[in-house]
Design a protein around this ligand. Sequence first.
Ligand code: ATP
Ligand code: MG
Length: 405
Amino acid sequence: MTNKQAAIEIINKLHRSGFQALLAGGCVRDMLLGRPANDYDVATDAEPADVIKLFKRTIKIGAKFGVVMVLAGGQQIEVATFRSEMGYTDGRHPGSVKFTSTIEDAKRRDFTINAMFYDPVQKEVIDYVNGRADLKKRIVRTVGIPKERFDEDYLRMLRAVRFSAQLGFGVEPKTWSAVCANAKNIVRISGERIAMELEGILISPNRSIGTSMLIKSGLADAIFYEFTGRQSEMAVRVLEHLRKKVDFALALAAFFVAWPTEASLEKMKVLKLSRNQIKHIKFLLTGRGKLLDKNMSLSALKLIAAEPYFHDLYELQRAIQKAEKKSVAALASLRRRIKALGDIELKPRPVLNGDELIELGAVPGPTLGQLAQEMYIAQLEGQLETKKYAHQWVRNWLEKRRTIR
Ligand code: ATP
Ligand code: MG
């Protein structure tokens, strides 16, 4: 069963029990735009306790705020009670919610294009906020007075940029002015929530336009402290040249391309990224320029090509070259060299292990480590085809050491 079918079945069941139920929010917007929806959300006048009673499998994700997850047909559907939100104290969470009517529920939503409902039985759109007109105009406009809506939840400023980038929409002028005037307040929002919206902006194909908006509004500067000027312009240009589909880590590396690695990682701390993401980004940032070395040794080539994020590094460097209007010849020749290697193992096991090196006379300790490393480089260079060669090479190495001493 698709997500949409599951949502409609849930709506039918709510109807049979005498409740009102509609598709709501993002999925209605996407249906009207004729683009695939992420997920289908249901809004109803049934209260969380009713929903929990009515469906066999539910998760109370935010029952207090009126949201219950219903599991059906292998899908998870968010079923939310029509509500208005009140008493924002910190520009973050609503202090309390009140279960109300569809119209009140439309008014608590962020943008007009996100505030419509669809009745799948009557096949009609329910639009209290002129969302359809704004969809036609292709603009993102807050429901109600922009400043008031941003003061309730500053994350909405970032969401305005995200929807603008994802949909290729403009931002309505008053909404945009309010984003610019309130950008500084984004620091009151948790890093995790910021990271989610930023990811939406940076992985969308319009990421360079979105980034431009983040810079112009002052949001980038507020989130990352001193994200302005020529360095930020470089980010926009590199992002523009990245391929269409990228993940968050590669896009972030491009976003920080004009800053030193350590400074970038420091700025990114606020996003509370996972260790893997940080490792990924660090590899990309420290790898800047490395692939341009025309004289890269065979061993260095094999080692870097075997790195899990090698292809992202290649893509980042390609985008940097394009952004700076520089040649990609070095990258092309690197690719040819890798192709010429065929499907050999780039990172084979060392021909000799530690015990074998000790048997040959190496003394455990730092010297052994150094020997093992140099032997491995020689192996990757293709100098140690067999164990016999390797033995000879190690004996020579140890001999040289002795005579130097
Ligand atoms: P996507 O397709 O990217 O998921 P979406 O419109 O479904 O976009 P969500 O973040 O999933 O966006 O939120 C679902 C709906 O909830 C929105 O369409 C909007 O109506 C409402 N909403 C979400 N976050 C907020 C917020 N911070 N303030 C007001 N309304 C919000
Ligand atoms: Mg959604």
